[in-house]
Design a binder for this molecule. Structure first.
Ligand code: ATP
Length: 323
């Protein structure tokens, strides 16, 4: 059975199309990262899956039930970490959890939940109104885990968390996935989903612009790289050598440096061999691979940070993608 299936799911607000004909299938047990820049339509999609918002067109099913007509069947089996979770300021964290346990008619141990989300017993006794943003996020995560849901929907789960908290959240997602839970989580930060997701979908201006495994995305960009070769003498005479190689689309020369745009990974070795054969002495080589961040940027009109990783060494540089 599919955990989530949408068909032509659309939501418009007046002139604005927040979600535009979304066709998405997520299998049970998958960890799916829903990516997109601010305003891409991620929360609107989640709200339609949870029947908080009605679609303008199309349909969605969650755990085999229609998201609009059978929402009552869905909610007991889904744990939700909403974006901008509202707390009851005077109630302690523990009371929040107890309340969630009662509401779901579950039998979770609040202490176990607190431990899982990294909230101390002492903090659990304090009014949630005094919590930091990260602590609120941990509490909301604990509430989402109540009742061991079959599907966990997390809207920007890393929001407010420090790097340590982000790692813990990723660990928690992994543990849930091992338990068989389907995890659907949205983020506008690729590296937060990269560590844990089986597949990612990239949403931009309401449209799904890519759906693939992380490996698939890596492969699709694997050929794109810039190679910078520093020779022992002027590179001017070697431009033609590099230009003649299949998979090298552009060559720029500056002093002793040749900068080649590579579209076929095999061309990286070919250019080194060809230059060597032509008598050039390569003193240094740097390869700047296109990272997933760069792909994300390209898919979403440059609204995310592009931080390609530089790898520097001698001639034996391996191709790779930024971690
Ligand atoms: N109730 C609403 N009325 C009017 N426009 C809305 C409403 N809810 C969302 N929108 C618009 O729909 C678009 C998508 O918003 P949405 O909150 O789904 O994006 P998002 O991808 O979750 O963004 P973020 O990462 O910032 O949370 C935005 O342009 C937003 O302004």
């Amino acid at each position: 059975m599919t955990a989530i299936e949408t068909s032509g799911l659309t939501k418009t607000y007046g002139e604005l199309t927040a979600v535009d004909g979304l066709d998405l299938t997520i299998e049970e047990g998958e960890v799916f990262g829903f990516l997109g820049p601010n305003g891409a339509g991620k929360s609107t999609t989640i709200n339609m899956l949870l029947d908080f918002t009605r679609p303008t067109a199309g349909s969605a099913s969650v755990l085999g039930y229609d998201a609009q007509t059978e929402a009552d069947e869905i909610s007991p089996r889904v744990g939700v970490l909403p974006e901008g979770f509202d707390i009851y300021p005077r109630l302690s964290g523990r009371r929040h959890l107890e309340f969630a346990i009662q509401t779901k008619d579950a039998d979770d141990d609040p202490d176990r939940l607190l431990e899982r989300v990294g909230l101390s017993t002492e903090d659990a006794g304090r009014p949630a109104g005094d919590y930091s943003k990260g602590m609120r996020q941990r509490l909301a995560t604990g509430m989402a885990l109540v009742g061991s849901p079959d599907l966990l929907i997390m809207d920007e789960p890393s929001s407010g968390l420090d790097p340590h908290g982000i790692r813990e959240m990723q660990e928690l997602v992994r543990t849930e996935a091992e338990r068989g839970t389907t995890v659907f989580f949205s983020s506008h930060i690729l590296e937060h989903v990269e560590a844990v997701c089986d597949r990612v979908g990239v949403l931009n201006e309401g449209e799904l612009v890519a759906v693939d495994s992380i490996e698939g995305l890596r492969e699709s960009i694997g050929g794109g790289a810039t190679m910078e070769l520093t020779l022992s003498a002027s590179a001017t005479g070697y431009r033609e050598v590099a230009t003649g190689i299949a998979g090298i689309t552009e060559v720029a020369v500056s002093g002793r440096t040749l900068e080649c745009t590579v579209t076929d990974p095999a061309a990286k070795a070919s250019v080194v061999t060809a230059l060597d054969d032509a008598g050039a002495r390569i003193e240094d080589m740097r390869i700047e691979d296109v990272s997933l961040e760069t792909l994300f940027t390209a898919l979403t009109n440059g609204e995310a940070d592009a931080t390609p990783e530089r790898q520097t060494s001698g001639v034996a540089v391996e191709s790779g993608v930024a971690e």
